[in-house]
Design a protein around this ligand. Structure first.
Ligand SMILES: NC(=O)c1ccc[n+]([C@@H]2O[C@H](COP(=O)([O-])OP(=O)(O)OC[C@H]3O[C@@H](n4cnc5c(N)ncnc54)[C@H](O)[C@@H]3O)[C@@H](O)[C@H]2O)c1
Length: 328
């Protein structure tokens, strides 16, 4: 079985990627320091190393012991709002950590990588469907840290021969359709699990930031991509990079091409859970773009990938099944 190093594989998206890798005959080797991940999110068939991507010795051991053929690099700090308060942490983990990882990859002659980038690199963008031709203008240190790593990968591809693909995810949502994995961030900052916490009475209600955007109901619009579709995109991306004969760097949006407003999502959450909750309206937050919806044409063209789950109700239902399974 071919080993794949999955940094951050104990996290939300990483745990779903591990399930998909196993289904496709790969063996995930997870490196995670568990600051935000969970040991029991890693499937038992996968190998697990508890450690930090900034620790060169641990990385070298993994490359020597497991000889992975490629890397899927998800490990990092993810909360854009927090990055406005603690940018040093974000550059340290997301940028310095990536550089330590890439140095170890180079030294150990494993130069194929799929990198978790983000729609946050686009910042405020007037296009209805954002395509990859758009100039990137991230509005917070989180988005900028990802943009810097993309630039590093481009240089490493040209100069050191890396084969690299950056996937710019839009908003990951949902859970494994069989509820084997799901979203468990602490503290939770993502809209759908926060709505479930409100519906379950764990919190007293929901805060909505900004009601005066130029959108159908004044709240922000996002493109919600099912985490299982995201995981499948990584299998396609992995096959793409490992089949390249020449060094290569590219970036691809992963989204559904349709958007929903914050209020539309909250309404669906109340319908699906059968519980209503209070909504408190607040002023806009700094750094929140009005609308982020992907064009997914490049993913279709290069990877032959399209989203399978296009119905937001189904995406939220999967997330709710997982949430309920955790509270039993
Ligand atoms: N969730 C989204 O909607 C979304 C959208 C766009 C991009 N992304 C990117 O996808 C990736 C995964 O996101 P997620 O939602 O699964 O987040 P997550 O926090 O659940 O997973 C990240 C994992 O990385 C681990 N980690 C953090 N710092 C580490 C370090 N220094 N060394 C080793 N492990 C470390 C954490 O313990 C965690 O398990 C991130 O890089 C994120 O920026 C996520």
């Amino acid at each position: 079985m071919k080993n794949i190093l999955v940094t951050g594989g104990a996290g939300y998206i990483g745990s779903h990627i591990c399930l998909r890798l196993l289904e496709h005959g790969y063996c995930p080797v997870v490196l995670d320091n568990l600051t935000n991940g969970h040991r029991d999110s890693v499937p038992i068939e996968a190998s697990f190393v508890r450690g930090d991507i900034r620790d060169r010795a641990t990385l070298d051991h993994i490359f020597i012991d497991y000889k992975p053929i490629a890397v899927i690099h998800l490990a990092g700090l993810i909360e854009a709002g927090l990055s406005m308060r603690t940018p040093e942490d974000f550059y340290n983990v997301n940028v310095t950590g990536s550089q330590v990882l890439f140095a170890s990859m180079r030294a150990n002659e494993c130069c194929s990588i799929v990198f978790s980038s983000t729609a946050a690199v686009y910042g405020n963008c007037s296009q209805q469907l954002i395509d990859e031709e758009q100039q990137i203008r991230p509005t917070n240190p989180y988005g900028r840290s990802k943009a810097i790593v993309e630039t590093i990968l481009q240089d490493y591809s040209e100069i050191y021969g890396f084969k690299a693909l950056a996937l710019r995810y839009f908003n990951a949502a949902g859970a494994d359709p069989n509820a084997r994995a799901g979203e468990r961030h602490t503290p939770e900052t993502h809209l759908i699990p926060l709505a479930f916490q409100a519906a379950a009475g764990i919190t007293s209600g929901m805060q909505v930031f900004g009601t005066d955007y130029n959108t159908l109901d004044g709240t922000c619009i996002r493109d919600y991509i099912h985490v299982d579709d995201l995981a499948k995109a990584h299998i396609d991306a992995l096959n793409f990079v490992t089949n390249q004969h020449q060094p290569n760097f590219d970036y691809i949006n992963i989204g559904t091409e349709s958007g929903a407003s914050v209020l539309q999502v909250l309404e669906l959450c109340q319908q699906i859970t059968g519980k209503s909750f209070e909504i408190n309206y607040q002023k806009r937050r700094d750094g929140d773009p009005e609308r982020l919806v992907a064009s997914a044409q490049k993913a279709k063209r290069l990877l032959n990938w399209t989203a399978r789950f296009r119905n937001l109700e189904e995406i939220i239902s999967h997330a709710w099944s997982f949430f309920e399974s955790q509270s039993k």
